[in-house]
Design a protein around this ligand. Structure first.
Ligand code: 5GP
Length: 178
């Protein structure tokens, strides 16, 4: 285990199982539909890469990058798009793929933004959900794993751009950021 990690919450096998189950559900729900997975860089890219390989129906991908205004540690919900989608989405069913749903402010903003482009539908798939932490209601169609209220890293999730390469999701020692 990495010395900065105090506890492994989800190991690679648990993540793989949750991803496989979500992929199967998405395959069933979107069979025969034109599906576009949209991922917000960078945190969700590892999850997206595994999720797409568990979806059997045809699927396309696109990426967005956003930056939050305001304090770093806490999401403000005021988001600036620094990389937008490459094409219009009006004839797609869009699935927004996220790494972790915390306050929900970022996803709430992004969902509204995507809806304004008039796709056939917009739903959300998140690997991790911090239950009870949402400051705005966010309707998530797919949730992989329930995460305790702690700052977690690994499997794409970072702190100051580090730890994304860990194959598991663990709690970061508060000593690292305090
Ligand atoms: P929200 O707008 O839901 O509060 O924040 C969502 C974003 O904040 C996530 O996509 C992620 O980038 C970041 N975030 C929230 N909680 C955590 C956490 O525990 N660990 C890490 N590494 N990022 C987090």
């Amino acid at each position: 285990m990495h010395p900065d990690i105090t506890e492994i919450l989800f190991d690679a096998d648990q993540i793989a199982l949750a991803t496989r189950q979500m992929g199967q559900q998405i395959s069933a729900d979107y069979a025969g539909k034109k599906l576009l997975l949209v991922t917000v860089l960078k945190g969700a890219f590892v999850f997206m890469a595994d999720l797409i390989r568990n979806i059997e129906s045809p699927v396309e991908v696109d990426f967005m990058a956003v930056t939050s205004y305001g304090a770093e540690a806490k999401s403000s919900g005021v988001v600036r798009i620094i990389k937008d989608l490459e094409a219009s989405i009006d004839d797609y069913h869009v699935l927004l793929v996220e790494d972790i749903l915390d306050s929900g402010l970022t996803l709430n903003y992004l969902r509204k933004n995507l809806k304004s482009r008039k796709p056939l539908s917009v739903e959300i798939a998140t690997l991790l959900l911090k239950e009870g932490k949402q400051e705005v209601p966010v309707d998530c169609k797919y949730v992989g794993l329930i995460c305790p209220d702690a700052f977690v890293v690994g499997y794409g999730l970072d702190y100051a751009e580090n730890y994304r390469n860990l194959p598991y999701i663990g709690i970061l020692d508060p000593k690292v950021y305090s």
